[in-house]
Write a protein that binds this ligand. Structure first.
Ligand code: HEC
Length: 91
């Protein structure tokens, strides 16, 4: 029984990871975004806001995730993530 549960959670985890891999545009910085932005909510949030946020909007949003939500993202990674979002999901 325990093995079955372990197996099931393994498949659930890999299914989610696979979905996230295909989901975002494959450009430099994607892996960082997948790693840092999917731990609290779906990566859908990025697509949903792509039409309304420009670079400044993404800077504010990522800043909010770090300062208010407590995302553990350092300054260097933050810049890579903002560049990725502004270039691929900016309005
Ligand atoms: C520590 C948890 C956490 C992490 C990590 C995180 N978020 Fe969020 N995010 C939240 C929560 C909680 C909300 C919902 C807040 C609300 O309803 O206003 C949210 C909401 C959002 C929204 C909706 C718009 C908004 O301003 O509320 C966007 C877009 C978003 N996150 C993008 C990101 C991106 C991009 C990253 C990676 C840089 C990220 N999030 C990482 C917790 C997190």
């Amino acid at each position: 029984m325990r093995t079955l549960i372990l197996l099931l959670s393994f498949f659930a985890a890999t299914a989610t990871a696979g979905e996230n891999q295909i989901f975002l545009k494959d450009r430099p910085g994607k892996n960082l975004v997948v790693a840092q932005c999917a731990m609290c909510h779906s990566l859908d949030y990025i697509n949903l806001h792509a039409t309304i946020l420009d670079r400044g909007g993404w800077e504010k949003t990522v800043g909010k995730m770090i300062n208010i939500m407590g995302a553990p993202i350092n300054d260097a990674d933050k810049q890579v993530i903002i560049n990725y979002l502004a270039q691929n999901y900016g309005k």
